[in-house]
Design a binder for this molecule. Structure first.
Ligand code: NAP
Length: 365
């Protein structure tokens, strides 16, 4: 088995594999995903090699991702062996109804019922708020999610893409009212996207929520197949090229910092004789407070390689090389929390994170 270690998710007894399976690519509706047959092979390979944590969303490929997973679980008869996470927030109503999106009680309850139907199950292990809607009071969100836990429809709660102050307030409410707390923050985290280091690593450690890292390869950029100037790469097969053609987000990835990261990653991968994608996944998985990294794959060869990315250690000096290459500009107010400024408050004191992997580490085999 490629994966034989599991972490407890946040302060729960739920054991999750250090790689979760991302299923945003299940279905061809978004232009860069898999057929059902290909998706099933990837799903089976992941589970057969020790993975137990499957991530989807009501929104993905217009519901097809959830449909596929429901069918695959039914066929394998293994629903209870899977830690299943899905998400709500984006508008999935037929007529773009004003209440058909968002984090209101009305929408959470509507969309959960639809997800359960597509997934052919009667409970979700980890139900995740997908994005802050800027409207719903956190009191309504937490009360609704806690009710669903009490009803047995969901077991645990996650938040994705919200301001840290909002998540922190949600955790404080949970503590004060004995609600089910947030066990996971699902956030983008890779060498090219390290902004969560400003707030979320500390917030997760302080409030016992693990990070689920999404887009650990920056959508494929860290696999090494792209070269500077993504637009011109007709010979490369990959989502980033496709998204660029459609005027998507990717031009923001085509910058000097990112290509320097790709160069350092290439050098490290040569030195330890591991694929670039594996080194990039290993980097994210071994960062402080990362509970699970969500890996995505559009091809069998990708999942086969990526599942081996925890089979080696990156030596400390090479980890530092990657850290240095991917260092980001620290902006206000975070400039005040850097060692130079802090030493003007408490001289000669070194502060640091708890060591990585401080969760209960569960090994099998
Ligand atoms: N909460 C959120 O807002 C949010 C947002 C985004 C994603 N997610 C979750 O995170 C999951 C992963 O996100 P992601 O797909 O963006 O992750 P990613 O790891 O950054 O990108 C995965 C993509 O990179 C390419 N790739 C993967 N392994 C490769 C390899 N070994 N060699 C070459 N190319 C490789 C494949 O695309 P190509 O073949 O097309 O190049 C693959 O689909 C999603 O499925 C979803 O579950 C959550």
């Amino acid at each position: 088995m490629s994966i034989d270690r599991y972490y407890t998710l946040g302060k729960t007894g739920l054991k999750v594999s250090r790689f979760a399976l991302g299923t945003m690519t299940f279905g061809k509706e978004w232009g860069w995903g898999n057929t059902k047959e290909e998706a099933q092979k990837i799903f089976d390979y992941y589970l057969d090699h020790g993975g137990n944590f499957v991530d989807t969303a009501d929104l993905y490929t217009g519901g097809t991702s959830e449909e596929f997973i429901g069918d695959f679980m039914k066929e394998r008869g293994n629903r209870d062996e899977i830690v299943l996470s899905t998400k709500f927030t984006f508008n999935t109503s037929k007529n773009n109804d004003v209440n058909g999106g968002g984090n209101s009680r009305k929408n959470i309850r509507r969309t959960l019922e639809e997800s359960l139907k597509r997934l052919k199950t009667d409970y979700i292990d980890l139900y995740i708020l997908h994005c802050w809607d800027q409207l719903t009071p956190v009191e309504e969100v937490m009360r609704t999610l806690n009710d669903l836990v009490t009803e047995g429809k969901i077991h645990h709660i996650g938040f994705s893409n919200v301001p840290a102050w909002y998540a922190s307030r949600a955790q404080a409410l949970a503590e004060a009212h004995n609600y089910e707390p947030i066990s996971a923050f699902q956030l983008e985290y890779s060498m090219i996207q390290r902004e969560i280091e400003n707030e979320y690593i500390d917030l997760g450690q302080y409030t016992n929520a693990g990070i689920m890292a999404w887009s650990p390869l920056g959508g494929g950029l860290l696999s090494g197949k792209y070269k500077p100037g993504i637009d011109d790469q007709d010979d490369v097969e990959g989502r980033l090229k496709h998204i660029t053609d459609n005027g998507g987000e990717v031009s923001s990835k085509d910058n000097e910092r990112n290509w320097n990261i790709v160069k350092a990653l290439h050098e490290v991968s040569e030195e330890i004789n591991q694929p670039m994608a594996s080194v990039a996944l290993n980097w994210t998985a071994n960062k402080n407070n990362v509970a699970s990294v969500i890996i995505g794959a559009t091809k069998m060869s990708q999942i086969e390689g990526n599942m081996k990315a925890l089979d080696f250690d990156i030596p400390a000096e090479l980890m530092k090389k990657l850290d240095d290459a991917s260092e980001r500009e620290i902006k206000y107010p975070y400039t005040f929390f850097q060692p130079e400024m802090q030493s003007r408050i408490t001289p000669n004191v070194k502060t640091g994170h708890k060591p990585p992997n401080y969760w209960k580490d569960v090994r099998v085999g």
